[in-house]
Design a protein around this ligand. Structure first.
Ligand SMILES: C[S@@+](CC[C@H](N)C(=O)[O-])C[C@H]1O[C@@H](n2cnc3c(N)ncnc32)[C@H](O)[C@@H]1O
Length: 300
């Protein structure tokens, strides 16, 4: 295990258990956990697939317990996994922590989805708190447009004094955020990068400036990156060196790592050669007219 970064933004390069054990108990305000989903994704050459579902689930129970231990008594915990494993998480966690919301992150998909069943268009997120009478929830910082009030300008005549409907509201538990696409500015070379917009909602709602936000499976360090933008402190744990390098660069914690300059790899359309010819498309480029409509999104 290697500890990188500075006092505000720590990167722990190592396994989730070693990483979490190095964090003081009851010291973290907010945890966002987006683990491998046991669906065979390739994390920089490491294929995340357990021998069977039982071993994946018991591995998860171990780090779920540790996460709860690291949370402050008024802390919040957001956790994701594949739809088929979330029921296990839910039943396990509800005995240990208060599940306040079962969130569906719904997204659009380019490409053709499944043809013989209903394609996967969402990922579940549990929002839990240790103490349901004492936790941070900055509702006013995450308000969204209330369609009725903002667009239709209706008046609520049920009130003693007729009042216009609110034009803003606290979001419900179905969240629409676009997935990170190849052409988006925030894109990094990682198969399951989460969007900045999603983490903005989580971090704004469930932490305050100066709080400690921890992500035990950091990937491209979206959580730490957004935490930094919003004036929170961060701890990110990640097992793959390639992704640790992304974190160091994204958080501007280092210019180089082990003698290697940390530079964002240019995407195909950013190189001079490809700019010159509009017919030069990459296999992963959603603008590729041949592949558009044929790429199959497989969720996280
Ligand atoms: C679903 S991804 C997280 C993506 C991240 N939320 C983002 O926005 O980029 C899971 C990450 O966990 C890392 N990982 C897998 N097993 C791990 C372990 N045992 N300890 C620490 N990190 C691990 C993988 O390398 C991968 O980057």
């Amino acid at each position: 295990m290697e500890l990188l970064g500075n006092t505000e933004h720590k990167i722990i390069f190592g396994d989730v258990f070693e990483g979490l054990q190095s964090v003081a108990d009851e010291s973290v305000d907010l945890i966002f956990a987006d683990p491998p989903y046991n669906i065979g994704k390739n994390f920089n050459g490491y294929i995340e697939k357990w021998d069977n579902e039982e071993s994946y689930i018991s591995w998860c129970y171990e780090w779920l317990d540790l996460c709860i231990k690291k949370l402050k008594p008024n802390g919040s915990f957001y956790v994701m996994t594949a739809t088929q494993f979330m029921p296990f998480f839910d039943i396990y966690l509800r005995k240990k922590i208060n599940i306040l919301s079962r969130i569906v992150w719904n997204y659009d998909s380019s490409g053709v989805q499944a043809k013989k069943h209903y394609g996967s268009m969402y990922e579940p997120i549990l929002f839990c708190v240790k103490d349901k009478n004492n936790y941070t929830f900055n509702a006013n910082d995450i308000l969204v447009e209330a369609k009725t009030g903002a667009k239709r300008k209706l008046i609520d005549y049920r009130k003693s004094v007729p009042t216009v409907y609110n034009s803003e509201k606290v979001p419900g538990n179905v969240w629409d955020f676009a997935r990170v696409r190849y052409r988006m500015e925030e894109y990094e070379n990682h198969p399951t990068q989460k969007p900045i917009t999603l983490l903005e909602r989580v971090i704004k709602a469930s932490s305050n400036a100066g709080d400690c936000v921890l992500d035990p499976f950091s990937g491209t360090f979206t959580t730490s990156f957004v935490a930094k933008q919003l004036g929170r402190n961060s701890i990110g744990i990640e097992a793959q060196e390639a992704y640790v390098k992304i974190g160091l660069r994204r958080l501007q914690l280092a210019d180089e790592f082990k003698g290697e300059k940390l530079i964002k790899e240019p995407r195909t359309f950013e190189t001079k050669q490809n700019q010159a010819s509009p017919m030069n498309f990459s296999l992963f480029d959603e603008q590729n007219p041949i592949l558009r409509g044929t790429l199959i999104h497989s969720g996280n």
